[in-house]
Design a protein around this ligand. Sequence first.
Ligand SMILES: *[C@@H]1O[C@H](CO)[C@@H](O)[C@H](O)[C@H]1NC(C)=O
Length: 150
Amino acid sequence: MQVTCPAVAILLALGALCGAQPVKFKDCGSTAGKIIIVDITPCPSLPCVLRKGQSYAVNVTFTSKTSSQTSTAAVHGILGGIPVPFNIPNADGCKCGIQCPIRNNQIHHYINSLPVKSEYPSIKLVVEWELKDEHDKDIFCWRIPVQISG
Ligand SMILES: *[C@@H]1O[C@H](CO)[C@@H](O)[C@H](O)[C@H]1NC(C)=O
């Protein structure tokens, strides 16, 4: 990162003070929106170490570039290039902090949690989290590497 925006630096510092941890994500095709911040708490460094039996707070700040009545999340674990569906407690984005209908050019905070079941294997994988609009387009799509541990 050659260009550091002071406003972003201040936001990141504030986030750190309040316990939120912005993580470096890979955008996997957010065509109907723009991701501003992905917070996973706790995840002080990458890969995120996800302990079995714990739940992780997810807070995605994004701008919408679409109008949609609905928003639906899909989470996958990518293992050796193969996406495996991951169950999340609530797939309806409109019940996860997003005001629906979504209007174009609004800032939203998508709030959810990622429960790590004790029966998951202790492996390294990539988590892909999408939020789709009513036309099945990605409002956001991000990927982060994680390590599941006992
Ligand atoms: C989500 O993140 C935004 C931006 O960092 C923050 O303003 C908001 O309070 C957070 N919400 C929750 C529930 O943590």
